[in-house]
Structure formats: structure tokens, C-alpha cells
Design a protein around this ligand. Structure first.
Ligand SMILES: Nc1nc2c(ncn2[C@@H]2O[C@H](COP(=O)(O)OP(=O)(O)OP(=O)(O)O)[C@@H](O)[C@H]2O)c(=O)[nH]1
Ligand SMILES: [Mg+2]
Length: 246
């Protein structure tokens, strides 16, 4: 079984090396864990690609480059599709942010949950044992509000965190999704694509679940790049469009 780790990256030169070190550590300490990393550079204007090439030793690293900044959705979907096409039916595709706020060690607990029968496992901010460090109070309230809204509108057994990008997917379930949806997935933009993919996988019959996450926002180098207002509006738009779509 092989794990493909997809990292969508936009100006993350300061955050890449510690993530790679964390991934090397879990690969080294976990018997028989084959790891491949797919970094998708989204038209970064800093040294993200140079730093990644320099610090990717021992990680079967593949770097894909968007000519210009296309945004998270296009970057995430490109990486997800690329990894899904390279993966075997029994492999696992993990997506995590490239800003060093997601701890690589959670890959192990997500992997175990897939081995126990789940198809999608989310590293969640809202499970017993979840810890969040350094996230501004306004963002915490907004994310919590989004979580409650989606849990009410689209209840998915075992899921509380609909917008977190740190997830593990059974490759076979993603192959079905891309075969069926193809570019439709690109319809959603920005951070709302995370929610849309989860809702489509749930509709497809995927068994979902969560593991408690330690979110280290205090470890992130550089300022937030998220346009909060726009993200809230777009995510609500997904809620409405999915609510009324077949
Ligand atoms: N903001 C932003 N992130 C992008 C883009 N393309 C790829 N990404 C990557 O998408 C991931 C999530 O973006 P973040 O900006 O960390 O989003 P967030 O965690 O919700 O918000 P902050 O951490 O507060 O900025 C990171 O790995 C980014 O590098 C883009 O166009 N804009
Ligand atoms: Mg982030």
C-alpha cells in the first residue's frame, strides 16, 4: 500500500522544509510505509519550488507547476487527480495544506481508519481530543459556524469538519469520483471545493469519518492568505447549490 501526499502550495517557501521533515520521519518510523509527495505549485512568486526541490530528498517528490496563480480549487483538484491516476486501487491519497499548520503524524491515524473500513477520513478540529493553537478568535467562530451549518443542512455520519483540507481518501473512491464527475469538480472555486468534494463522495456512498487533529496555526510562517468574507460567501453558495441540485 502506498500513500500519495498532495500539497497545494502558494508562496510557502518558509513552510515546506518542516513538513517534508515530518513526512520523512513518519515514513522512517513506520514499517513498510511507501510515501510519494505531489507538490502543486500555484504560481508562487517566492522560492517555494526551489526550497521544495532542495529539501525533498527521500520523499519520491513530484513537483507540478501552474504557470500562474489559479487558486486553491484548481491547484487542489489538479494534485488530487494526478495522485489518483498514479495510485493503485488499494493506495491512499492524502491532502494537506503546505503552510505547516497540519501535523504530518495525523497521516498514521487516518491511514488506520482507512484500513478499518472508512473511505474518507478527515483530520478534524471538532472531535474529542482535537487541539487548535494560534487561530484568531474570529476565524474559530466562523469555522465553527460553518461546521454547524453544514452538519444541519447535510448531515454526514461521523463528520463535523466539512471545510478542513487535511484528509485521507481511499484511491478507489476518488477514481470513481473523477470518472463520474471529471471537470465538474473544478466548477467550485476557492476553499468551497473541499466541501463540494465531500458532499459528492458522501452521495456516492463513501463511508466517512474523522480523527482528532492538532492544528498548529502558531507554526505557520507568514500571514494568513485567506479572504475570509469571500470564502464565507462562496461556501454558502455551495450549500445552496448542493441543496437544490439532484
Ligand atoms: N490562499 C491561497 N492558498 C493557496 C492558493 N493556491 C494554493 N494555496 C494553498 O492552499 C493551502 C490552504 O491555503 P491557506 O491560505 O493556508 O488557507 P487557510 O488555512 O484556510 O487560511 P490561512 O492559513 O489563514 O491562510 C495552502 O497550502 C496554500 O499554500 C491560493 O491561490 N491562495
Ligand atoms: Mg492555512
Amino acid at each position: 500500500m502506498k500513500i500519495f501526499v498532495v500539497l497545494p502550495a502558494y508562496n510557502e517557501a518558509e513552510n515546506i522544509a518542516p513538513i517534508f521533515e515530518g513526512l520523512r520521519r513518519i515514513a522512517r518510523d513506520t514499517y513498510n510505509l511507501e510515501l510519494a509527495v505531489v507538490l502543486v505549485d500555484d504560481g508562487s512568486t517566492d522560492d517555494t519550488v526551489e526550497v521544495a526541490s532542495r529539501s525533498g530528498n527521500g520523499l519520491a517528490l513530484e513537483i507540478l507547476r501552474n504557470e500562474s496563480n489559479l487558486g486553491l480549487a484548481a491547484t487542489f483538484i489538479r494534485g488530487l487527480e494526478h495522485a489518483t491516476r498514479s495510485a493503485g486501487e488499494d493506495d491512499i491519497v492524502v491532502c494537506m495544506d503546505a503552510d505547516n499548520t497540519h501535523v504530518p503524524g495525523s497521516v498514521l491515524s487516518m491511514m488506520r481508519n482507512i484500513a478499518e473500513g472508512r473511505d474518507v477520513v478527515i483530520a478534524s478540529r471538532y472531535q474529542p481530543g482535537s487541539v487548535t493553537r494560534g487561530v484568531p478568535p474570529v476565524r474559530r467562530v466562523l469555522s465553527r459556524g460553518m461546521s454547524l451549518l453544514f452538519r444541519t443542512a447535510f448531515p454526514i455520519p461521523g463528520v463535523r469538519d466539512y471545510s478542513c483540507g487535511y484528509r485521507a481518501y481511499r484511491a478507489s473512491i476518488l477514481k470513481q469520483l473523477f470518472d463520474r464527475e471529471g471537470d465538474v469538480l473544478l466548477a467550485s472555486d476557492g476553499f468551497s471545493c473541499m466541501v463540494r468534494i465531500l458532499l459528492k463522495l458522501h452521495k456516492q456512498g463513501a463511508i466517512c469519518g474523522e480523527v482528532p487533529m492538532v492544528l498548529r496555526y502558531d507554526e505557520k510562517a507568514g500571514a494568513s492568505k485567506m479572504a475570509v468574507g469571500r470564502t464565507v460567501v462562496r461556501t454558502l453558495a455551495v450549500l445552496l447549490s448542493e441543496r437544490f441540485s439532484a
